[in-house]
Design a protein around this ligand. Structure first.
Ligand code: 9UX
Length: 68
């Protein structure tokens, strides 16, 4: 298990937070997602043999937010 923090731009409300959390949690291999709305920091705990950084970035971008 490994964890990393994504810098996500454009999340401003609780629904944004839930969209991003939901999209990441849907990925196989993601075990925990923490979103800090104030800073845009999204900390993901995941199994690096099952999910890639690219897949996580795509999942966030599909929800309409930019990953720095
Ligand atoms: Mo509410 Mo968050 O419109 O984009 S879902 S600000």
């Amino acid at each position: 298990m490994q964890s990393l923090t994504l810098d996500v731009r454009g999340m401003t409300c609780g629904h944004c937070k839930m969209s991003v959390e939901g999209a990441l949690n849907e990925l196989d291999g993601v075990s925990n997602v923490e979103v800090d709305l104030a800073t845009g920091k999204v900390t993901v705990t995941y199994d690096e043999s099952k999910v890639t950084l690219e897949a996580m970035q795509e999942a966030v971008e599909e929800q309409g937010y930019d990953v720095a």
